[in-house]
Design a protein around this ligand. Structure first.
Ligand code: F6R
Length: 328
């Protein structure tokens, strides 16, 4: 079993760590803004889904600086960087600090931890590990706990515990087999992941990123109902691409709009001969558990895709090279 495959098995323990973590006090706010890139930015996607289910807005910023509206709001800014050294995230923290916004941070260390100490920012250290994307339970959990400390969301401990239970049951149950089937159906194809609403859109983004980073294959994602207004037409002129070169995976969630569910069925039919590589439905009751249930399967698929190709899923040499070149 590869290291990355073993790390997926750690997800439930990571979520439980977050549920039990000692969280610093934050200034109260009515909405959140999460700064983070890649595997760390996914924590923001999770927080946005969780908050939306409570009727609260948490925005995610994946880039330099801050969004233009940030200075005006009564917001809790949470900076997430596994290494603590991601330049886009650090530039956002600096901008937020300069603008006098309430900023909290979570990282394993690095410059972000130093800034937190210099500027007395509330800081939640997550345990170090092999790769940011393999720390999704720590990072998403820490982000949620910090947002709860700012009064932006509620019920994170129970939600993290349910997510851990559901992930554990899936890992011990049928998820590895389901993932193996999807990976086999994606063999030699570019994965295109279709979500069916905001929760599955976040999961689809994670699937895409994990296929890229673990599987080392191109992948893209899109979401219903929007894709029915453009992308569905884009398969017509090059039918061989759809039938031979890609595999579409539909993600579903019990909380999705019934009209979107119907759209997904019709879309799959109307897209033919585009190859459908699988359909995966979420499990669990709360939104966090449902989202992580899809993450578990997607993470397993990405590792199975790497294993099929005889590739080690862990290293992401080109990302490291790019960061080094930018630093020089
Ligand atoms: C690597 C990974 C990347 C990083 C990203 C940001 O496993 O997932 O997407 O997460 O380059 O780095 P950090 O997370 O250290 O801020």
């Amino acid at each position: 079993m590869s290291l990355m495959r073993r790390l997926i098995d750690e997800l439930p323990a990571q979520l439980r760590w977050a549920a039990a973590a000692e969280v610093p006090e934050l200034a109260l706010a009515t909405e959140g803004l999460v700064l983070g890139m890649g595997g760390s930015g996914f924590a923001g996607d999770v927080a946005a889904v969780f908050a939306e289910a409570q009727g609260v807005r948490v925005a995610v910023h994946k880039g330099y600086g801050l969004p233009g509206w940030a200075a005006a709001g009564h917001i809790a800014v949470v900076a997430v960087s596994h290494s603590g050294n991601t330049e886009e995230t650090l530039s956002g923290v600096e901008a937020a600090h300069t603008a006098g916004l309430a900023v909290a941070a979570t990282a394993t260390g690095g410059v972000l931890a130093q800034r937190a100490s210099e500027w007395s920012l509330p800081y939640l250290a997550v345990p170090p590990g092999a790769q940011p994307r393999a720390a999704a339970g720590y990072l998403a959990g820490a982000t949620l706990r910090l947002l709860e400390s700012a009064g932006v969301v509620t019920g994170t401990v129970a939600a993290l515990t349910e997510a851990a239970d559901v992930a554990e049951a899936l890992l011990a149950g049928d998820a590895p087999a389901v993932a193996g089937e999807v990976a086999a159906s994606l063999r030699g194809r570019i994965g295109i992941i279709y979500g069916s609403g905001p929760l599955t859109a976040a999961a689809a983004g994670r699937w895409k990123a994990q296929l890229n980073e673990n599987g080392k294959v191109p992948a893209w994602w899109s979401v219903l109902p929007e894709l029915d207004h453009n992308e569905i037409v884009g398969w017509a002129a090059l039918p061989a691409i759809g039938s031979d070169a890609v595999g579409v995976v539909f993600l579903h969630d019990g909380g999705e709009d019934a009209r979107t569910h119907r759209r997904a069925q019709l879309t799959a039919e109307l897209m033919a001969p585009v190859h459908v590589a699988g359909t995966v439905a979420s499990r669990g009751a709360g939104p966090l558990a449902r989202l992580f249930s899809l993450v578990v399967v997607g993470d397993l698929v990405s590792v199975a895709v790497a294993e099929q190709a005889g590739i080690d899923p862990v290293p992401v040499a080109v990302i490291e090279r790019l960061k080094k070149a930018l630093a020089e």
